[in-house]
Ligand binder design. Structure first.
Ligand code: IMP
Ligand code: MG
Length: 178
């Protein structure tokens, strides 16, 4: 019988808070006078985006987009589609995409392509975590919180099969018997 995996802390709540503060400072510096649209990728980015935006304190718009890439397991299906699209035009606007984790890069590559075709004035990426060892396609992360090891990541909004989003820390799932 397989046991339930257990979350082990990689980055504590305090470390996450410090990283979000650092990212907010970088983003404020670059976007404070640009009235950007921040596009959060649902659902994993929702906590990160909320905390980040609270610290930005300059005029901006918020949008969400929902993609399907992962099924219910731990592996990406590689087939990506837009499940819930944008409610506004990004043409001529400064767009900053907010993602929870860049893994193979397939999802974000698809989305940046999709948004790029809509002719924004600029298009950049802010990712909370980067699992670069698994990359299948090159991705430029303009604002990065943490590099993470090749483990399944949960917490701070990030889930495993809808579980563990509520954890305040960024964790790696480990097998119980390890
Ligand atoms: P990619 O297309 O392989 O880069 O996968 C990107 C998406 O898969 C992310 O937006 C996450 O939603 C999900 N994902 C990838 N790795 C993990 C992980 O370790 N934990 C939870 N979700 C993940
Ligand atoms: Mg995601």
């Amino acid at each position: 019988m397989s046991s339930q995996p257990k979350p082990c802390i990689l980055f504590s709540k305090a470390e996450v808070e410090a990283a979000v503060k650092r990212l907010a400072e970088e983003i404020r510096e670059d976007y404070h006078d640009k009235y950007p649209i921040l596009i959060g990728i649902l659902k994993g980015s929702f906590l990160f985006m909320a905390d980040l935006i609270r610290l930005l304190n300059f005029p901006l718009e918020v949008e969400f987009i929902r993609l399907s890439s992962y099924g219910r397991g731990r592996e990406s299906s590689g087939r990506i589609k837009v499940v819930q699209g944008l409610q506004t035009s990004v043409k001529g606007r400064h767009v900053l995409v907010i993602e929870d984790i860049v893994d193979t890069g397939l999802t974000i590559n698809f989305l940046l392509d999709y948004l790029g075709n809509k002719k924004p004035a600029s298009l950049k990426l802010c990712a909370l975590t980067d699992k670069s060892s698994r990359r299948q396609i090159p991705v430029t992360i303009d604002y990065l919180g943490f590099s993470v090891p090749d483990k399944f990541i949960v917490g701070y909004g990030i889930d495993w099969d809808e579980k563990f989003r509520y954890l305040p820390d960024i964790c790696a799932l480990e097998d119980q018997d390890k």
